[in-house]
Design a protein around this ligand. Structure first.
Ligand SMILES: NC(=O)c1ccc[n+]([C@@H]2O[C@H](COP(=O)([O-])OP(=O)(O)OC[C@H]3O[C@@H](n4cnc5c(N)ncnc54)[C@H](O)[C@@H]3O)[C@@H](O)[C@H]2O)c1
Ligand SMILES: O=C(O)[C@H](O)COP(=O)(O)O
Length: 624
């Protein structure tokens, strides 16, 4: 089957063809172009895998998070100041050294909220642990300067993600380096709680010798419910199996086969809490998990259950836990985390004789802290350089192999969006956009989130002063009332390439270039990637073929000999270098469209002279 396209099937006439070249350099920039140049170094694209979902006919929703791409050349990088990185909590030396190699590092610990707000206004990146609240006010105070927040650890519940996204600020975390430390601390609390280690230690230090008071319970043969079978939960389960415990787990999102491979049964929440002798918490704090352990859930637990929490204090209703301890439902609790940190000294929970506490020490081993520091320093520096982060929390994460394959299409997507919107009269009334991806790949085998974000960026930036990037593209589009629908068309081309073409249609608007209006009455622009280089392949109903480099002049004219020469001469006389030229026509000697790629921006006099060529009905100059 031939590729279906809205373009005329008449072949474009190439007057000059660029030699095959590698993919254009491209970055997934979180920075305005100016800042981007500042920090540019050798750019490597990295990302992590995530469930890849194909969007077929999707309208932007609040849940979709996206970002931006730049395509600056590394030539003429001015030597501008290094990025400023504010480290607001203690970070391992190895990570600090990495950051110092890259930016100006300001280590200012225990800042008041007011001082933090002052500092972020002068910082490009902020690094925190769990002790700093990065609120909406912090993002507002940054006034757009803050581009990355690095959370040196896993939990990002102390960062207002929605506010970060709205401000186009990327949030990255360090999700792996402290997993074992947290699991070991969980096991330490479990065992020391079962054997009353902390209480017995305090008793001896108080001059007592109370052997019968501190008779403990054994772990072997007991059932442990691991609530949250993620990284830490899995490691706790593995270690508990080694202690001879029977381990069950509740996690609505964990794959059963991963649990089964460890000899762990995944069960329902109620089954987990009602059968366990020990319950260990390892889920994140989210609106869904907030105070999930409350009077009702404690009442369903086995009398004498023992509870460990190294996740987040907020998953427990602390007052309800005190009641459950007093009632003997919960025999003991060992807690590393609290709703408020530090908790108040007279907290009934902290003071309870059956409760053992540590001051949020789960991640606090030398090894974990060095690892976390390196992990977050690399993520923050990478983001400032324009790399897509492997640990982005509020931007799409795409597997590295998918990303490298998509890179030239991402550049194409932005350019096609940018071109299409410049064909709207006065840039006004842009509301409905339809994107058609033609691909030979299976429907589930194409992640279009990055592409859509880049099209959005290309469309919005020329007609507004909004700064759009991968993080905030969907949010800004929604805020501006833009509806972007996506459609996948399966075509019979080589599945070796992810996409055959991308077409952007802007619906229900007036155009400043009638030649760009397709038969349906909408502005329509289509592009392809050829030899790794984005090409414009269709304008309205006219097939053209021009590489998308530099800027572009589109002329609609009568198809007759000598046109290329005439326009070429005018540009040549003004020292404007033509990098590519292509003519597409619908019917021989009738209407044609000439697409001319130019390295320089022609002055108004030159453009006037082009418009003055008698066979030219209309022309438009477009910036890429
Ligand atoms: N105390 C510490 O110092 C310390 C150190 C590391 C991690 N943590 C905390 O431990 C928790 C787990 O960290 P991780 O690295 O394993 O994260 P993770 O993302 O790898 O695992 C979390 C798991 O919880 C599951 N989950 C989500 N909602 C759930 C629900 N309603 N019920 C049950 N499970 C649910 C997820 O599916 C996931 O598998 C986080 O809260 C993190 O902040 C604390
Ligand atoms: O979520 C985490 O990574 C842990 O709670 C560790 O927090 P911390 O960095 O403040 O020790």
């Amino acid at each position: 089957m031939a590729i279906s396209s809205s373009c005329s099937s008449v072949k474009a006439v190439n007057t000059r063809w660029t030699s095959p070249s590698p993919s254009p350099s491209s970055r997934f920039s979180l920075l305005p172009t100016s800042l981007h140049r500042r920090y540019a170094t050798n750019v490597k694209l990295t990302a992590t895998s995530a469930a890849l979902k194909t969007v077929e006919q999707t309208t932007l929703t609040e849940d979709n998070k996206f970002s931006s791409v730049g395509s600056d050349s590394d030539q003429d990088i001015p030597t501008l100041p290094k990025p400023r990185i504010l480290v607001a909590e203690k970070l391992g030396e190895a990570g600090l050294n990495l950051l110092r190699d890259f930016g100006d590092v300001d280590c200012s610990y225990e800042l008041s909220p007011e001082d933090l707000k002052k500092k972020v206004a002068e910082s490009d990146a902020l690094i925190v642990r769990s002790g700093t609240k990065v609120t909406r006010e912090v993002f507002e105070a940054a006034k757009g300067r803050l581009k990355v927040v690095g959370r040196a650890g896993v939990g990002i519940d102390n960062v207002d993600l929605q506010a970060a996204t709205e401000h186009g600020c990327l949030v990255v975390n360090a999700p792996t380096a402290n997993t074992v430390a947290a699991a070991e601390h969980g096991i330490a609390l479990l065992a020391s709680m079962a054997r009353n280690v902390a209480q017995a230690d305090a008793s001896i230090k108080a001059g007592k010798w109370e052997r019968s008071k501190y008779v403990g319970v054994s772990l072997v043969g007991k059932t442990l419910a691991v609530m949250g079978f993620g990284k830490v939960g899995t490691e706790v389960a593995r270690r508990a199996k080694g202690l001879g415990m029977n381990v069950i787990s509740h996690d609505p999102y964990a794959p059963a086969d991963r649990a089964r491979a460890l000899g762990v049964d995944l069960v329902s929440f109620d089954q987990a809490i009602s059968t366990a002798d020990f319950v260990s918490l390892h889920m994140p704090l989210t609106p869904a998990t907030k105070k999930v352990f409350n009077d009702e859930t404690f009442s369903k637990m086995k009398k004498g259950v023992r509870l460990v929490n190294v996740a987040r204090g907020g998953v427990i209703d602390e007052d309800a836990l005190v009641r459950a301890l007093d009632a003997g439902i919960v025999a003991q609790a060992a807690l590393d985390v609290f709703c408020e940190e530090p908790p108040s000294k007279d907290s009934k929970l902290i003071q309870h004789e059956n409760v053992t506490v540590t001051p949020h020490l789960g991640a606090s081993t030398k090894e974990a802290q060095e690892g976390v520091a390196i992990e977050i320093a690399e993520a923050v520096a990478g983001a400032l350089k324009g790399e897509l982060s492997a640990t982005a929390v509020n931007a799409p994460m795409v597997a590295p192999e998918v990303l490298s394959e998509l890179t030239p299409y991402i550049v194409l997507a932005e350019k096609i969006g940018r071109l299409a919107v410049q064909l709207v009269s006065g840039g006004k009334g842009v509301q409905s956009i339809k994107v058609v991806y033609r691909s030979a790949r299976d429907r589930d085998d194409l992640d279009t989130r990055l592409l859509r974000a880049m099209i959005t960026k290309g469309i919005i930036e020329p007609i507004s002063d909004s700064y759009v990037n991968l993080v905030n593209a969907d949010f800004i589009a929604k805020q501006k009332g833009l509806r972007i629908s996506e459609e996948r068309m399966v075509v019979d081309t080589s599945p070796e390439y992810p996409i055959d073409s991308i077409q952007v249609q802007i619906l229900n608007v007036e155009s400043n270039f009638a030649g760009a209006v397709s038969e349906s009455g909408d502005i329509s622009i289509e592009g392809k990637v050829k030899y790794g280089v984005p090409h414009l392949t269709c304008v309205g109903s006219f097939a053209v073929d021009v590489s998308l480099e530099g800027n572009l002049i589109l002329c609609r004219q009568v198809d007759q000999p000598g046109m290329i020469g005439q326009v070429g001469n005018i540009l040549g006389e003004q020292n404007v270098n033509v990098n590519f030229m292509s003519v597409g026509r619908t019917v021989v000697r009738k209407q044609a469209i000439m697409a001319i790629g130019v390295d320089e921006e022609p002055n108004s006099k030159t453009l006037e002279r082009i418009g003055g060529v008698s066979a030219i009905a209309e022309f438009v100059f477009l910036k890429l």
